[in-house]
Design a protein around this ligand. Structure first.
Ligand code: PMP
Length: 362
């Protein structure tokens, strides 16, 4: 009989159990208001206090310098695929892109609607494995509005730890699937954005960190609710924000602080990923083709020897409470997403199952 479920979904992903319990406990009556937090006006003093506290906790976690604004936006990660080029187009008619997988490609495709795009580099093969090359400055365009890359390719399982050097050109990063998984030096970036539904909270929200000199370079046609300057002026409440997602994000930030912040969670994340990659490397039955320097600590991808075995693996895994391990449809195989909320016990249960399955089917 199944007692416990571990959810390896890439997003919307599992949330910490204690966060869900707190949300449940105060679902009908938030802090004595006699109402659910989702029934409060976003302009009420209670809600504004909640929103400000969530922003402060987020700032504390990432040590965000004071010359950066934090925006709570609608439209998820893809909303920012459009918002970034529209908001920076006034700086130049071209932008540079590092392409490392499905999501950086998606961002580049969308940006083409608003400006010319220049591909600085694609992934390369290193010792037969997928790797990200160093940036060749001669590949960057003159008068680029920004340089865009994705710090963690959720579909492909590729993570870039080193921050590329884009010189004076503002660096823009899609951190949807690894934000808050480790400390980062925010001062190296012009804009950081992330859809919420992995390490932040439920979907419906994107968090955007914008250096203040980049707030006001938008093309005139930018929709007002995506305009960073307007968003900032109205404290992310130009239109009604996704209040419940914002609230839950606030609970997740508090939880992360209780865990010891990002240095502590990074250590746990590294341990979890090491366990899983060790299992893959020690069992020839499982294959991961990402170069060790670029293996994602959030989305661990692997293949089995055949489609039939992969189908069987998924059925057996689910019967043991190991859920949502199917890889993204465009790459196939398996994917274990092990964001902040995944306890190490989940990874141990998975690797025990993987070794056992390989023994029985190898
Ligand atoms: N960027 C990355 C890295 C992602 O993983 C995702 C979603 N999985 C997106 C962008 C798109 O996010 P959304 O579905 O919220 O638009």
């Amino acid at each position: 009989e199944q007692s416990k479920v571990y959810n390896f979904c890439a997003g919307p992903a599992m949330l910490p159990a204690s966060v869900m319990q707190k949300a449940q406990a105060e679902f009908l009556d938030w802090q004595g208001t006699g109402r659910s937090v989702m029934e409060l006006s976003h302009r009420s003093k209670e809600y504004i206090a909640l929103a400000e506290q969530a922003e402060q906790d987020f700032r504390d976690l990432l040590s965000i310098p004071s010359n950066y604004k934090v925006l709570f936006a609608q439209g998820g990660g893809r909303g920012q695929f459009s918002a970034v080029p529209m908001n920076l187009q006034g700086r130049g008619k071209c932008a540079d892109f590092l392409l490392t997988g499905s999501w950086s490609n998606g961002a580049e495709q969308e940006a083409q609607k608003f400006l010319a795009t220049n591909v600085v580099s694609d992934v390369v093969s290193k010792e037969g494995l997928t790797a990200v090359p160093d940036i060749d400055p001669s590949m960057m365009s003159a008068n680029s509005a920004y340089f865009h890359y994705c710090t963690n390719e959720t579909v492909d399982g590729i993570e870039i730890d080193d921050i590329p050097d884009s010189g004076d050109v503002p660096l823009v990063a899609d951190m949807s699937s690894n934000i808050l998984s480790k400390p980062i030096d925010v001062s190296k970036f012009g804009i950081i954005y992330a859809g919420a539904q992995k390490n932040i909270g439920p979907s419906g929200l994107a968090v955007v960190i914008v250096r203040d000199d980049l707030l006001d370079s938008a093309m005139p046609e930018v929709p007002t609710f995506l305009h960073y300057k307007t968003m900032d002026k109205f404290d992310s409440m130009y239109n009604t924000p996704p209040t419940y997602s914002w609230y839950l994000a606030g609970l997740v930030f508090k939880w992360l602080k209780e865990q010891g912040g990002l240095t502590a969670i990074a250590k746990k994340n590294a341990e979890k990923a090491a366990l899983l990659y060790r299992c893959i490397d020690q069992t020839p039955f499982y294959i991961n083709k990402v170069h060790p320097d670029f293996r994602s600590k959030m989305n661990v991808t692997f293949h089995l020897p055949s489609d039939e075995l992969e189908a069987k693996f998924l059925v057996e895994a689910e019967s043991r409470g190991l859920m949502a391990l199917k890889g993204h449809r465009i790459v196939g195989g398996m994917r274990a997403s092990i964001y902040n909320a995944m306890p190490i016990e989940g990874v141990i249960t998975l690797t025990d199952f993987m070794r056992d399955f390989a023994r029985r089917n190898g």
